[in-house]
Ligand binder design. Structure first.
Ligand SMILES: Cc1cc2nc3c(=O)[nH]c(=O)nc-3n(C[C@H](O)[C@H](O)[C@H](O)COP(=O)(O)OP(=O)(O)OC[C@H]3O[C@@H](n4cnc5c(N)ncnc54)[C@H](O)[C@@H]3O)c2cc1C
Length: 371
C-alpha cells in the first residue's frame, strides 16, 4: 500500500496523531524521529535499581479533561501520584505553591496569623491568586507578604529560568506560580493525576504498537521527505523554513543525573532552589512510582539559552515579539496545504501533556471529521 502520511517527531503529539491515522483511517503512517528513542521530552527509562528516570525532567500526568484521560487509559494503567513540591529558601523547606502551610513554616506565629486572616478575608478559603494579583490588593500586610514571596521564591527563580525580568514575560508565566489559600500541599489540583505504571516510554510504545505504524529513529527531517502526500510536523517551525524569517528563541535545560548511595535524599519528588544555587531544582525520581531501593537517583536542573547543535529546545519564550515571529511563519505555512504544524514546537507554545494530546486528537478530528 502506498504510504501517504509522514509524521515528524515521536513525542506525544506525533505518536497520538500516528495512532489516530492508523486506527481510524486504517492507513499506514511513517514516523521519523531524530533522537535514538521515542517519547520526546516525556521519555523515561528504568535504571538498574528499578527506578524510572525522567531523562528530560520530571513529568507528572494531570488533567481535568476526561476525553484525554480515557484515551490514555486505553494504553496504560496508572500509579496514583500527587506531586508535592518544596522550595528551599532562607534555610527552610516550604511547600509550593505557597499556601497557608508555607505561611506558618516561614513566619512567627502572630505574624502568620495576621497574614492568614487577611488572605481568608480578601481572597477566601480554597481560592488561588497570582503573585501579581496579590500585590494589587490595597492592604499593607498583603503587600508585605507578596514582597516576601516575590523576593524569596519568584524573583531569582525567574531570573535563573528565563534570564529576563519577570515583568517582560507574558502574564501566563507569572500565573503558573499561584498562591493558594488552603492547607492542601498538592502541586496540581486536577481531577485526574498519575504516572503510567510502566513509565511514559512504555505508554507511548503501546500507543505506537500498530502494524500500520513504522518508526524510524535517528532520522532527522530532510527535504527529500516531501514525497509523502501529508506531512505532520511536530518539530520546530522555524527549522522547517530554514530560519528564513529569523530564529524562534527557546530556553534549554541541562540535567546532571546522579545515583546516590542512600535510600532517600529529600522528602518530596521535587525541591526548588530559588536562591543561591545555579541549578533551579532537584528531582528525586524514585518518588514517582514509590520504588523501594537502597539507592536513589537525582537530577539537578540547570537552565540556559537554547543554542542550535549544542542543546535541546525545551520552553518557547512567551514574549510578544516571539509570537509575532511565529505568526509570520504560520502565514508562510498557509502556502503548503498538506503540511501541518502541531505540538509544542510546531505551535511554539508551552503545552502540558494533556494539552498536547488534546491538540493532536482535535487536530485529527478537525482534519478528517472522524474520531
Ligand atoms: C522539564 C519539563 C517538565 C515537564 N513536566 C511536565 C509535567 O509534569 N506534566 C505535563 O503535563 N507536562 C510536562 N511537560 C510538558 C511535556 O514535556 C510536553 O507537553 C510534551 O513533551 C510535548 O510533546 P510534543 O510531542 O509536542 O513535543 P516533544 O516531546 O518535544 O516531541 C517532539 C519530538 O520531535 C523530535 N524532533 C525535533 N526536531 C526534529 C527533526 N528535525 N527531525 C525529526 N525529529 C525531530 C524531537 O526529538 C522530539 O522527540 C514538561 C516539559 C518540560 C520541558
Amino acid at each position: 500500500m502506498k504510504i501517504k502520511h509522514l509524521v515528524v517527531g515521536a513525542g506525544f503529539s506525533g505518536s497520538v496523531l500516528a495512532e489516530r491515522i492508523a486506527s481510524v483511517l486504517k492507513e499506514p503512517v511513517v514516523i521519523i524521529e531524530k533522537r535514538s528513542h521515542i517519547g520526546g521530552n516525556c521519555h523515561d527509562y528504568k535504571d538498574k535499581n528499578g527506578i524510572y528516570v525522567h531523562k528530560y525532567g520530571p513529568h507528572i500526568f494531570h488533567t481535568n479533561n476526561k476525553v484525554v484521560w480515557d484515551y490514555l487509559s486505553r494504553f496504560t494503567k496508572w500509579h496514583p501520584f500527587f506531586l508535592k513540591v518544596e522550595a528551599f529558601t532562607g534555610g527552610l523547606n516550604i511547600p509550593l505553591p505557597f499556601n497557608l502551610n508555607s505561611l506558618h513554616a516561614v513566619f512567627p506565629k502572630s505574624l502568620a496569623a495576621i497574614y492568614e486572616s487577611k488572605l481568608l478575608e480578601k481572597i477566601g478559603f480554597g481560592r488561588q491568586i497570582s503573585i501579581l494579583e496579590l500585590n494589587q490588593i490595597k492592604d499593607s500586610d498583603l503587600k508585605n507578604l507578596s514582597a516576601y514571596i516575590y523576593g524569596n521564591i519568584c524573583l531569582r527563580y525567574y531570573q535563573k529560568q528565563w534570564e529576563i525580568p519577570p515583568e517582560k514575560l507574558d502574564l501566563s508565566v507569572a500565573r503558573r506560580v499561584p498562591i493558594c489559600v488552603s492547607k492542601d500541599n498538592r502541586y496540581f489540583h486536577d481531577t485526574y493525576q498519575g504516572i503510567p505504571t510502566e513509565g511514559f516510554s512504555n505508554l507511548i510504545e503501546t500507543i505506537l504498537d500498530n502494524p500500520l505504524i513504522k518508526v524510524h529513529l535517528n532520522t532527522p527531517f530532510e527535504k527529500n521527505f516531501f514525497k509523502y502526500e501529508n506531512l505532520y510536523y511536530t518539530a520546530s517551525i522555524d527549522e522547517f523554513f530554514n530560519y528564513e524569517l529569523g530564529e524562534l528563541p527557546y530556553r534549554s535545560l541541562t540535567f546532571d543525573i546522579q545515583e546516590i548511595n542512600t535510600s532517600q535524599f529529600q522528602p518530596v519528588a521535587v525541591v526548588s532552589y530559588p536562591m543561591n544555587y545555579h541549578f533551579t531544582r532537584i528531582c528525586e525520581h524514585k518518588h514517582f512510582s514509590n520504588t523501594p531501593s537502597k539507592k536513589t537517583v537525582l537530577s539537578y536542573e540547570y537552565p540556559s539559552a537554547f543554542k542550535r547543535g549544542v542543546n535541546e529546545r525545551y520552553y518557547p519564550i512567551p514574549q510578544e515579539e516571539n509570537q509575532h515571529l511565529y505568526a509570520r511563519y504560520i502565514q508562510k505555512a498557509k502556502n503548503f496545504r498538506n503540511i501541518h504544524f502541531l505540538g509544542r514546537l510546531g505551535d511554539y507554545k508551552y503545552y502540558n501533556m494533556d494539552q498536547t494530546i488534546n491538540r493532536a486528537l482535535t487536530f485529527f478530528e478537525d482534519l478528517y471529521g472522524k474520531s
